[in-house]
Design a protein around this ligand. Sequence first.
Ligand code: NAD
Length: 503
Amino acid sequence: MTTVQAESATTGEPVRETFDSLDPATDEVIGTYPIHTAEDVAAAVERARVAADWWAGLGFAGRAERLNRWKGVLTRRAAQLAELVHAETGKPHGDAMLEIVLAIDHTAWAAKHAPKVLGPKRRSAGMLMANQSATVEWQPLGVVGVIGPWNYPVFTPMGSIVYALAAGNAVVFKPSEYTPGVGRWLADTFADVVPEHPVFQVVTGFGETGAALCRAGVGKLAFTGSPGTGKKIMAACAETLTPVLIEAGGKDALLVDADADVAAAADAAVWGGMSNAGQTCTGVERVYVHEKVYDDFLSRVVDLAGKVRAGSDPEAQIGPITMPGQLEIIRRHIADALARGGRALVGGADAVGERFVQPTVLVDVPEDSAAVREETFGPTLTVAKVRDMDEAVDKANATRYGLGATVFAKARGMELARRLRSGMTAVNGVISFAGIPALPFGGIGESGFGRIHGPEGLKEFARPKAIARQRFRAPLNLTTFARTAKTDATVAKVITLLHGRRR
Ligand code: NAD
């Protein structure tokens, strides 16, 4: 993947190391990008510090105007970006377009709502400080570092990038080594509408480039990727006490209650589990179905999944596995499930090819097997029968992850959603929370912490600034050495009146 030259044959000058971005379906080289060193990253962050001051100075209105212009460019050139996403990830054009459309909607939301969410708010000053006017406002952090994955190379990092920009920060983005072209494209189009300063820069490379960004003294590091890398990110950021936001993987469950719309649940399970070839952080990987509707649900899932095909032709619904190393993990999970008594009703042992994995539906898989406990990140589903929904909730929650979840139910939909230990839950729909810009997105447990999207996502990239302004001199001044014993006695009386009464 890497092409390295120590020095130029003609000039003798050191030449930067580069790497190729490859089409995962054909291994065709799509582009060649520099491997940015720690010095390059530090220089980008220094440039970003200057840019951040200028960008913050534009205010909410000035930034919204630029972000909306960028949104227009993204919209008008979406087909070009989708082609690049397709080339670097292998996903079908329609899926590439879907993630771009969602990212555009998030850009619009962040630009529009930043003033209301982050602007000054009056707070009650309380009884003891009633002479004060109390306000809080959210100020930018300065430079935000964003490290992204390849599976949704537009939607996922944009969930951090546009919220950080709307909050008044400059951004230095390290895209995945599998999708550097998409990252480059995003930064170039932003620079077209904001040419004055490098407000949004991209650095390319592998893990070392990302680690350098963690150590570059940014105001916050927003990471999306696997839990294992998330732990390394935290360790690197700990060296400089850089705050982190971690959006990591999941093992999301879908629950089907006895009164559910079984056809809709089956459709959601197959799309949620197989779309993007299962390479979705909030993809459905496990399904727990009430025994009363299990047979009906399963036969529908088998029917639907049997019609989904992985390939690179325009008729194929899902593309290749983008990261070659993932093929071995998927193969291991399927083999382990089958070896331990599981049965494949669709796909199975032969489903994993050299680049593509065909849909696989597994039943009778032990709950402690890798296919149920670890993130598979392939087009596979395990389906299990449960006595009741309490058992379904217990099994769904028995995971170290906690990203998304799905419930199909009529009477108990909201109750079950609340009981699921996950950052987000969709009821009678699947992954719908990701497309609602006003809702916070993020996980718990090994799925990470912190939130992107919505008001919480804007506040994630800002720090609350408290201001107490004296409106008039208080009759009882508490913050002076001139305070008397009489003042203290009066204060004690007031506090007893306010808080000391017995119930
Ligand atoms: P990954 O962890 O391998 O890589 C993610 C990014 O981290 C890449 O840019 C990579 O170059 C960089 N990186 C690797 N080592 C690093 C290090 N030591 N220091 C700093 N940066 C380093 O993940 P991936 O394979 O690109 O993405 C798939 C994973 O991402 C899955 O687990 C998936 O569930 C998760 N994901 C989560 C979300 C979410 O919002 N929670 C969204 C999409 C993907």
